[in-house]
Design a binder for this molecule. Sequence first.
Ligand SMILES: C[C@H](O)CC(=O)C(=O)O
Ligand SMILES: [Mn+2]
Length: 342
Amino acid sequence: MNERDVLITEVALRDGSHAIAHSYKVDQVVRVTKALDEANVPYIEVSHGDGLGGSSLQYGLSTTNEFELIEAAVHTCKQSKIAVLLLPGIGTVKELKVAADLGVKMARIATHVTEADVSKQHISKSKELGLETVGFLMMSHMVPVEKLVEQALLMESYGADVVYMVDSAGAFLPHEVKQRIAALRQALSVEIGFHAHNNLSLAMANTLVAIEEGATRIDGSVRCLGAGAGNTQTEVLVGVLERLNIKTGIDFYKMMDLAEDIVAPILHTPQEITRGSLILGYAGVYSSFLLHANRAAKKWNVDARDILVELGKQRVVGGQEDMIQDVASKIAKERAVLLKGE
Ligand SMILES: C[C@H](O)CC(=O)C(=O)O
Ligand SMILES: [Mn+2]
């Protein structure tokens, strides 16, 4: 069952960390990894939601040290490869080396879509450590096609084996994905990947378009356990691709069973497109900002949607989480001034 047209990376144990406030425990990771391994999922990403080294007051403290989770996942797998995410500046080459020593096989080096140059050192180090290396261009919706291609070519030139277009905000429309993946396919020699978020309910449609245009690496999160409204739902994607005769090598029934029996109980609330996640996609805001915005809304007694729309207007990007509190307090103060004037 190892013939695969598309290689899926399951991201619930990394992107999903945002949705459950980085509270993964070893026994949860072992149960999910074991089931994914038995379902023959090729890659499973395990890290803090913001990648290696993400555990902090700014991004959210992890309940369990991510290296304990990674080690447990590596030891659980018989065939799946464990991947990690690293954002240069949050994680360092030191953490990358620890991950490689623990038996991780793939590193995904993520930068904002205009900052691919920042990935050079980490991509080189990852290759040197013998890891399959992915360049991960976040918030790709924020730039025109030409810029995206330019940045992807940089990552390819640094030695990335795969370059991903990442729809961090779940803001892309299908025709935009089509145009961009086609342009990437034409310009690059390496494989192209696509990572979606379902904030506008377009993750599946966008993923299918990406595959049609030549993307061969696709991310999914089982039960949509990812930031915002989650990612392309892996078990659904496996079924849809089977109907399309596109081979993933993944056991469809096993995926359905693990989604229902193992992953659903981990969710704090079922993943759905709430008004908060819908606004993320609409305003083009980083999906992992949702929990932070909800908390700030509560603290300042303002509408989380107003915060997210303002963050979208200000084109705030990952790493600027401190802006969320600033924006919320500004909205609260403006409202107080208005009320006083009435
Ligand atoms: C650090 C981010 O959560 C990476 C990601 O999954 C995205 O940009 O989307
Ligand atoms: Mn994501």
